[in-house]
Design a protein around this ligand. Structure first.
Ligand SMILES: *[C@@H]1O[C@H](CO)[C@@H](O)[C@H](O)[C@H]1NC(C)=O
Ligand SMILES: *[C@@H]1O[C@H](CO)[C@@H](O)[C@H](O)[C@H]1NC(C)=O
Ligand SMILES: *[C@@H]1O[C@H](CO)[C@@H](O)[C@H](O)[C@H]1NC(C)=O
Ligand SMILES: *[C@@H]1O[C@H](CO)[C@@H](O)[C@H](O)[C@H]1NC(C)=O
Length: 436
């Protein structure tokens, strides 16, 4: 077992592999094969969705369809600029330039994938009827009722939550437009959907954000998908290592494109500093057979003067300040990890255009709102198991502040800079007044 939580499979896919393999497969295309590149322009809810479908007419070539290739073009924000622009060059319009004459471009009017019309409601508002697991009498309330529909306190709450969602999506769109203008035509790589879990029965895509309720979300997805009867019966390890959930990067490009179009895309975020402290406490304050040797040892040997031999050998006892020094070091002695990687990178929010952006701070209410909106069985409610160190107090803002007191103002500022996009995209206020 490599790591404790939410990382049952860490990022195994080298983003380069996808590109390299794509180049190779494209190079081997003999000119005699009829190949066509389908461009599909889809107008989504106010957004332009461009899907590139590379279709081989030859059966043999279809067999070779490349699992590592760049998948589709969706509206978005590529996190790694160089990688995305490279992949754009490979799969996008430049492909003709790379292999002149090898590919025939066609504009297709026949939709290959189910396309939401311009006026159609967002996925999370319309998917109730599609969930085969739900019964008819559990038709979800419209999350955005017109004023006339508001009869009860409950309706008003639902309306408020739907408005909150709309304003979170709007803000994210604005931040994306400001910081990555024009990025919406870039392709989605396999790596960028590698944290996204698929639940087809209720048409959900969930991007896991560790330390923001992901174990319980996996339990819910398992129940929705029918691999468990109740969230209660699912042990922590099973939620992560035996969850029978598929991830989006495991589908072929058409499967990915289809699901990005049709499914409700779901993301839960958390106050970045609190998430960071939560990750630190979880991975470094109690025994951990992965994080201590793999991260603790290099961190101590790099940032602690006069470290004891015991500390150097075990990697136990990393302090929060040492951990932050590692995080902010441009020449980190050991790489990143999904538990503290910014959500803006983990889940590619500009690229994938999430329909539902929930907050850990009101996890249960918002998660249940979503479950009712998609027409989940009424006895399925969001659980609140605390999986990691159940006896330790949950990381609160007070606890997070205690840890940040170990840092001086420069370090605090740099930590804020590190998570700045998360603060911006998800509208969390500056945690300290003196930050800029
Ligand atoms: C769910 O419960 C039913 C009957 O209680 C049982 O037959 C079935 O195996 C259970 N399914 C799972 C996935 O545990
Ligand atoms: C919900 O009710 C159904 C049918 O009564 C039952 O099979 C299922 O296990 C229940 N699910 C949960 C999560 O309790
Ligand atoms: C490291 O140990 C040496 C010798 O014991 C001591 O002189 C020095 O001040 C220590 N340095 C730190 C940073 O503790
Ligand atoms: C804060 O700590 C860093 C070491 O992490 C040090 O380089 C810097 O000078 C300190 N800044 C202040 C304002 O004390």
């Amino acid at each position: 077992m490599l790591s404790g939580e939410c990382s049952s499979t860490s990022r195994l896919l080298d983003p380069l592999c996808g590109r390299r393999r794509l180049v190779v497969s494209a190079m081997t295309l003999p000119c005699t094969f009829y190949c066509s590149l389908w461009f599909l322009l889809l107008l989504g809810a106010g957004s332009l969705l461009l899907l590139v479908h590379l279709q081989d007419l030859s059966d043999t070539l279809q067999q070779q369809q490349n699992p590592g290739a760049v998948l589709v073009v969706a509206p978005g924000w590529p996190v790694q600029k160089e990688q995305s622009s490279d992949s754009a060059a490979l799969v996008g319009f430049d492909l003709g330039g790379v292999f002149p004459g090898a590919l025939r471009f066609e504009m297709s009017s026949a939709p290959i994938l189910p396309s939401p019309g311009p006026g159609q409601p967002l996925a999370f508002q319309r998917s109730a009827h599609k969930a085969s697991s739900t019964s008819e009498n559990q038709q979800a309330k419209s999350p955005r009722p017109t004023p006339c529909d508001v009869h009860s306190v409950e309706d008003r709450q639902l309306q408020g939550m739907a408005q909150t969602q709309a304003s979170r999506r709007r803000l994210l769109r604005e931040v994306c437009a400001k910081y990555q203008p024009g990025a919406t035509e870039r392709p989605v790589s396999r790596r960028q959907v590698s944290r996204v879990y698929v639940e087809d029965r209720s048409s959900l895509l969930y991007c896991e954000v560790p330390k923001a309720g992901c174990s319980n979300w996996k339990r819910v997805l398992m129940v929705l998908g029918g691999s468990a009867n109740s969230t209660r019966s699912i042990a922590h390890d099973d939620a992560h290592y035996a969850n029978q959930l598929r991830r989006l990067d495991g589908y072929d490009q058409e499967g990915v494109a289809e699901r990005l179009c049709s499914h409700t895309k779901l993301l839960f975020v958390r106050e970045p500093f609190e998430r960071l402290v939560s990750a630190f406490r979880d991975k470094f304050e109690s025994p951990n057979s992965y994080y201590h040797p793999v991260f603790g040892r290099p961190i101590i040997s790099r940032y602690r003067a006069n470290a004891s031999r015991y500390a150097l050998r075990t990697g136990a006892g990393v302090t929060f300040r040492e951990f932050v020094q590692y995080l902010l070091d441009v020449r980190r002695p050991v790489g990143m990890d999904i538990h503290w990687e910014p959500v803006s990178q983990l889940c590619s929010p500009c690229l994938l255009r999430y329909d539902f952006i929930g907050r850990f701070e009101s996890l249960k209410e918002e998660a249940n709102f979503l479950l009712r909106s998609i027409g989940a069985p009424s006895n399925l409610t969001f659980p609140d198991f605390k999986d990691r160190n159940p006896k330790a107090e949950r990381t609160s803002s007070t606890i997070a502040q205690r840890y940040f007191q170990q840092l001086n103002s420069t370090e605090r500022q740099r930590a804020y800079d590190f998570y700045y996009m998360d603060y911006l995209m998800f509208n969390y206020p500056k945690p300290y007044k003196d930050l800029y």
